[in-house]
Write a protein that binds this ligand. Structure first.
Ligand SMILES: *[C@@H]1O[C@H](CO)[C@@H](O)[C@H](O)[C@H]1NC(C)=O
Ligand SMILES: *[C@@H]1O[C@H](CO)[C@@H](O)[C@H](O)[C@H]1NC(C)=O
Ligand SMILES: *[C@@H]1O[C@H](CO)[C@@H](O)[C@H](O)[C@H]1NC(C)=O
Ligand SMILES: *[C@@H]1O[C@H](CO)[C@@H](O)[C@H](O)[C@H]1NC(C)=O
Ligand SMILES: *[C@@H]1O[C@H](CO)[C@@H](O)[C@H](O)[C@H]1NC(C)=O
Ligand SMILES: *[C@@H]1O[C@H](CO)[C@@H](O)[C@H](O)[C@H]1NC(C)=O
Ligand SMILES: *[C@@H]1O[C@H](CO)[C@@H](O)[C@H](O)[C@H]1NC(C)=O
Ligand SMILES: *[C@@H]1O[C@H](CO)[C@@H](O)[C@H](O)[C@H]1NC(C)=O
Length: 569
C-alpha cells in the first residue's frame, strides 16, 4: 500500500485545500445514483450498525483507457489477429490502467471538501483510493444507507448499502465504491470431498484402471500428457492458496517417490513459496492444507520440470471482503515478470490486466453442480465467481465410468451454468446459444440465458490420490482420495504450462488468455456428452454434444492442443 501523501502531484492538489474546508464550503455537488440493487435472496437484513462504527471504503478510479486495454487483450489473445501473442509489458499495461492525475485530484478534492484527508492509494496501478470514516459520514457522503446483512444459512455478515450516489461531475472518474452494493460470494477453492484412505503402493497397482484411484499416470495416459521434462527457465506456474494455507514439501517428495519415480533431482521436485497478506510457510508437522498439497502434487507431478510457485495468501487482507483475491491480483500485476499460468465486478478487471501481460488464469468451477457451492438449498441456480469472469478459464470435472474401458462422464458435482453479471462473451458464440437452443426452455426461470456460460473445459476430478502424511489423524503410509474441481484446475494448468514450454523453446510467446483460442478449436477436446450436475432440487444441466455448462468444451488432448498452439503462434 502506498500512502497518497507520497505522490508529488497529489500533494500539490491537496495542499491547496485547507483541512477545515468541509465546514466552510457548502456542498454544491449534484449527486446521482451510481449503483443500486435489490437485496439478493440468499441475504437477510441483520440490523443497523451504530453511526460511529468505522468503515473502510475504497474508490476504484477509472483507468486512463480501459476500453483500449480491453481491445488489446482481445487482439493479443485471438488467433489470426496480427497482434496475437504480443502481450504487454508492465509499463505498457500501466499506461492504459493507471488513473490520470486529473482523475486522482478530482476525487481527492471531493473527499477533502468533506473533511476526508487521510487517503491511501493502493493497487498495482495506484487505481484504488482508500479511507476510513464513521458509518454516519459514509452515509452522508454517498447518500447511502449502510446496514448489516447476513447470509442465509451461511457464516458471512456484510455491511452493505443497497444504493449509493456520487457527484455527477465525478462519474467519469469513479468506477465504483467498495464495499457498497456488492454481495458476490467468492469461491476460494471449494471444499474438497475427502474419502477413504488407501495403502500407497496398493493404490499404485489399482490405479491401472484409473477408476477407483487417479494418479498422475492416469492423466498422462488419458490426455496424452508427456512425461518428458520441460526445459525453458522462463516458464512458470503459480498456484495460490487462501486463509494461510501452505503446502508440505515432504508430502510432495513422498508423492513423487511413489507416483513419479522418474522425476529426480536435478529435475524440479519442489516448489517455491511466495507470500501475500501475511501468508505462511511453517513446514511444521500436522497442519499443511489438503488443498495446497493437492495443488503442489498435481502441478509439480504433472508439469514435469516446470517451475511451480505456491502463493500463500494470509488473512491480513487489504481488500476488505474480497478476502485477499484482489491483493493477490495486485501482487502479481506489480511484478515485472508475471506468471505464465495462474490457477486460483472489479476483481475481474484485475484479471483482464493480468491477461494483457500474458498470464493464463484458471479457476475451478465449483463443487455444487448448479447450486455452485455444496449447500444445495437454493431456489435459483447460483453461478460461482471468479470462475464466471470472462477473462478466466473455468475448469469443471469429469468422472470415469467403466473400469478398463475408460469413458469420461460429467462429475455430478461439477459446477456450471450462466453468470448473472457478465454477458456471453464473443468467444462463446455460437456455442452457448446453441446449447440453450437444445435445452428447449428447460429451467428457464432458474438461470440467466444472456450470461457467460461456465465452465470452459474439464478434466478428471474424482478419486485423486494425494499424500498428506502431515495431516492430523492420518496414519503415515496412506493416501487420501479426494474429489473436486480443485483436482481439475491444477491438471489443466499443468497442461498449459507444458505447452508454453514448447512455445517458449521455439521463441514463440506463451499462450496467455486461453479462451478465444480454445473456443476456436473445440476439436482439440474430447467431447463429454453424458452425465449432469444436479443441484437446487433439479437434475441440473445435461452434458451434451459440443459445449455444455457441466464439462465445457470437454477434456484436453495434449497432442492436438499443442499442435493447435504451435500452428497459431
Ligand atoms: C491514515 O490512514 C492509515 C490507514 O488507513 C492509518 O494507518 C493512519 O494511522 C492514518 N493516519 C492518520 C493521521 O489518521
Ligand atoms: C509494487 O512494488 C513496489 C516495489 O517493489 C512496492 O513498493 C509497492 O508497494 C508495490 N505495490 C503493490 C500494490 O503491491
Ligand atoms: C444451507 O442453507 C440453508 C438455508 O438456506 C441452511 O438452513 C442450512 O443450514 C445450510 N446448510 C449448510 C450445510 O450450511
Ligand atoms: C488425440 O487426438 C489424436 C487425433 O485425433 C488421436 O490420434 C489421439 O489418439 C488422441 N490422443 C489421446 C490421448 O486421446
Ligand atoms: C529443467 O529445466 C531447466 C530450466 O528451468 C533446464 O535448464 C534443465 O535443462 C531442465 N532439465 C532437463 C533434464 O531437461
Ligand atoms: C497480521 O496482522 C496482525 C495485526 O496487524 C499482526 O499482528 C500479524 O503479525 C500479521 N501477520 C502476519 C503474518 O504478517
Ligand atoms: C462417478 O462414477 C461412479 C460410477 O459410475 C459413480 O458411482 C459415482 O457416483 C460418480 N461420481 C461422481 C462424483 O460423479
Ligand atoms: C442477466 O445477465 C445480464 C448480463 O448478461 C445482466 O445484465 C442482467 O441483469 C441479468 N439479469 C438478471 C435477472 O440477473
Amino acid at each position: 500500500m502506498v500512502y497518497l501523501a507520497a505522490f508529488a502531484f497529489a500533494l500539490a492538489a491537496l495542499s491547496t485545500l485547507p483541512t477545515s474546508m468541509a465546514a466552510d464550503v457548502p456542498a454544491h455537488r449534484i449527486m446521482v445514483v451510481h449503483e443500486e440493487r435489490e437485496l439478493p435472496d440468499h441475504f437477510a437484513l441483520a440490523g443497523t450498525p451504530s453511526p460511529d462504527t468505522p468503515i473502510s471504503l475504497k474508490i476504484a478510479l477509472t483507468a486512463t483507457d480501459m476500453a483500449g486495454l480491453e481491445k488489446v487483450v482481445w487482439d493479443v489473445s485471438t488467433p489470426g489477429n496480427s497482434l496475437y501473442g504480443q502481450h504487454l509489458s508492465y509499463d505498457e499495461t500501466r499506461a492504459y490502467a493507471v488513473p490520470s492525475p486529473e482523475t486522482v485530484s478530482a476525487v481527492a478534492t471531493w473527499l477533502n471538501e468533506n473533511g476526508i484527508t487521510n487517503l491511501t492509494s493502493s493497487g498495482a496501478f495506484d487505481d484504488w483510493l482508500g479511507f476510513t470514516v464513521p458509518i454516519s459520514i459514509a452515509n452522508s457522503l454517498l447518500n447511502a444507507n449502510f446496514e448489516k446483512f447476513s447470509e442465509v444459512g451461511g457464516p458471512r455478515e456484510l455491511t452493505r448499502t443497497l444504493s449509493y450516489s456520487i457527484p455527477v461531475d465525478l462519474k467519469q472518474h469513479i468506477d465504483l465504491v467498495y464495499p457498497t452494493t456488492d454481495f458476490v460470494r467468492l469461491s476460494k477453492g471449494p471444499k474438497l470431498e475427502v474419502h477413504e484412505t488407501s495403502d500407497k503402493l496398493a493404490t499404485r497397482a489399482v490405479a491401472a484402471s484409473c477408476q477407483s484411484a487417479v494418479i498422475p499416470q492416469c492423466l498422462q495416459n488419458l490426455y496424452g500428457i508427456p512425461t518428458t521434462p520441460a526445459t525453458n527457465s522462463l516458464n512458470t506456474l503459480f498456484v495460490s492458496g487462501f486463509d494461510d494455507e501452505w503446502a508440505q514439501e515432504e508430502d510432495l517428495e513422498e508423492f513423487l517417490s511413489i507416483y513419479r519415480t522418474d522425476i529426480r533431482v536435478p529435475l524440479k521436485t519442489t516448489f517455491q513459496e511466495k507470500f501475500v497478506d501475511g501468508g505462511e510457510n511453517p513446514q511444521a508437522p500436522l497442519i499443511a492444507g489438503i488443498e495446497a498439497d493437492l495443488d503442489t502434487q498435481y502441478t509439480v507431478g504433472i508439469a514435469t520440470n516446470v517451475s511451480v510457485t505456491f502463493i500463500s495468501v494470509g488473512d491480513n487482507n487489504t481488500d476488505g471482503d474480497l478476502d485477499g483475491f484482489l491483493d493477490l491480483a495486485n501482487y502479481l500485476l506489480n511484478k515485472t515478470t508475471t506468471p505464465g499460468v495462474l490457477t486460483t465486478s472489479n476483481l475481474c478487471n484485475a484479471y483482464l490486466k493480468l491477461t494483457a501481460r500474458g498470464t493464463s488464469i484458471l479457476f475451478s468451477s465449483g463443487d455444487g453442480g448448479v447450486s455452485g457451492s455444496q449447500n444445495q438449498s437454493c431456489t435459483t441456480f447460483v453461478p460461482t465467481f471468479p470462475s464466471t469472469c470472462p477473462y478466466v478459464t473455468s475448469v469443471g470435472s469429469t468422472n470415469l465410468t467403466v473400469a478398463g474401458n475408460p469413458t469420461e462422464t460429467a462429475a455430478t458435482f461439477s459446477a456450471g451454468g450462466f453468470s448473472n453479471y457478465f454477458p456471453t462473451p464473443a468467444y462463446q458464440k455460437p456455442d452457448v446459444p446453441d446449447y440453450l437452443t437444445g435445452l428447449n426452455d428447460a429451467y428457464k426461470e432458474l438461470y440467466n440465458s444472456s450470461g457467460r456460460g461456465y465452465p470452459d473445459v474439464s478434466t478428471l476430478g474424482v478419486n485423486f490420490q494425494i499424500v498428506v502424511d502431515s495431516l492430523l489423524g492420518i496414519v503415515p503410509g496412506l493416501t487420501l482420495s479426494v474429489d473436486g474441481t480443485s483436482c481439475s484446475s491444477p491438471t489443466f494448468a499443468s497442461i498449459i504450462a507444458l505447452i508454453n514450454d514448447h512455445l517458449l523453446e521455439k521463441e514463440k510467446p506463451r499462450l496467455g488468455f486461453l479462451n478465444p483460442l480454445l473456443y476456436s478449436f473445440p476439436k482439440v477436446f474430447n467431447d463429454i456428452t453424458t452425465g449432469s450436475n444436479p443441484g437446487c432440487g433439479t437434475n441440473g444441466f445435461p452434458a451434451t454434444k459440443g459445449w455444455d455448462p457441466v464439462t465445457g468444451l470437454g477434456t484436453p488432448n495434449f497432442t492436438s492442443l499443442l499442435q493447435t498452439a504451435l500452428d497459431n503462434s
